[in-house]
Design a protein around this ligand. Sequence first.
Ligand code: CA
Ligand code: CA
Ligand code: CA
Length: 604
Amino acid sequence: MTRPEARWKLRHTLIAALLAASGPAYSATTWDPARPAEVRIGSLVLDDTQYTNVVVTVGDLHSFSATGPQRTYDSFNPANGQVTFATLSIGSQTFYDVVISIAELVSVGGASALSALTPNDPLFASQWHLRNTGQRGADGAAAKIGEDLNIGKAWQLATGMGIRIAVVDDGLDIHHEDLNVVTGKSWDYRTNMYGDPSSSSSSHGTSCGGLAAAIGNNLKGVTGVAFNARLVGYNLLEAPTDSYGADAITKDLASNHIYTNSYGAADGTGMMAPSEEVWRDAITTGITLGRSGKGAIYTWAAGNGAPNDRSDYDGQANHHGVLAIGALNDRGQRASYSEPGSNVLVSAFGGEFCDSQTTTTTDVSGADGYNDGDTPADIAGRPDYTRCMNGTSAATPQAAGVVALLLEANSALTWRDVRAILARTARKTDPTHSGWSTNGAGHPINHEFGFGAIDALAATRAAKTWALLPAQKTVSRSAQLSRPLTIADNAAAITSTLALQGSGIRQLEFVELAITSDHSNVGDLEIALISPAGTASTLSVVRDCHDDQGSAVGCGAALSSGFTFGTVRPMDEAADGTWTLSVRDGKSGATGLISAWSIKAYGH
Ligand SMILES: [Ca+2]
Ligand SMILES: [Ca+2]
Ligand SMILES: [Ca+2]
């Protein structure tokens, strides 16, 4: 408790400091200069409770901002006794993000359970992925109430304030009225310099950016998941070289917290697509050096190639350093196009197609983009917005937005903590789906959804009290094969085992499987890795591959120089024990041998 004299001094310091700044008028928490001892707080969030008309005396001023963007909530941190006010009005002046210590609590007017925040953005009501009230799609079918990110209450805890998200895509409309873009820090790969990454056709990135972080509560357009986060745009897809691909995901690494990536290997072909070494090196740099060593977070689209494709065939989605995101429709089912896979961490909402129900977000301003103002299927009279964004492309920036909430709620989280929180707090969506099982650590898992639908409230709450994971351990082991394994043609599965002891990993985070085989058509192969606890990760299924024109072709000897799969499914299981590789050739004709296989376990 501060002594009275000191309090008087601090109060005068505070008021003088506040009055020296300037900002637009806004009514919320108020301070009456005639009663300088007291601040009247309209609504204060602590844990799961909102307190109203809280009157406190001020101990110390820690910081404030004279300009927005403002928070939309006031919060009390019991750990340090500090209150953060979204806005504080003194007479006609308003200040933002004012942080004080409370000297004394004078009175509390009321208390109620935490309520959902309803942003005032006019198109929020159609953003079913944020609040699913059973909105009807273009086909007249109603969405399933509650199948959404569960974010309304989470916004009382965090909104992405202070977090910067890089949208790596085909561009970003940096002049859009509803996007908060950091000035001068977007990159144009057409000229390979800072500049304007947008074009008349950069609809995809502009829609992704809005899903992640369109400005919320500004009486305009839509609401982003992290509606107080800021964006930069990198138009990699305008010049998609390997070196630019590595550059884009490490650009301004000291300033970006999250890189959201809604692109990847060709969809629908069934072909294996290894990642490039320069790209893997860039991810390693990002998760090692980003966020002052806590690691940048990479959200990655699982892919839209179902039913013929799996995300397991995508060497980027297989990387342990990315969070692969699947897509759900407005009924909480896997979207028809969303690729299943052992690497899918969690799912967000992509909808199906524009003639049924998709997501509503920002579009390239004016007569460009998805909505040119004259597209009957799209939002009439609002050419700066679209209701036709879909895909794992739409789900992935939603995940990035939720990650921004987590990082605001707890800036100490490493990228691995973020992955663990998303997995452990995910909701078991489409619970009667036959693919659900429980892994050895008790987590529900499903190849089609990962650990389930992202639950923003559960994740944000968990972030606030999260005990950081210990340092990561890794261990690699190769199977000891006395001779190459023959895969019997169109026959029963063969198995091979690998004993892992002394890893020191009590809780797995990720497991890689590398297989080298000369099999001449990998599309004949069903491949699964079974953990010591018995959790099976399907990594390849029998299929036809397709070329760019959609014609059936062989899948080729894609394992001839080795290929690395990845799985999150054994998360939190112990690593030690017997790992089993199961391989079945399900088509007669092509044959081959497995000459080597190995695993690399990541955990703690
Ligand atoms: Ca808005
Ligand atoms: Ca437009
Ligand atoms: Ca065969």
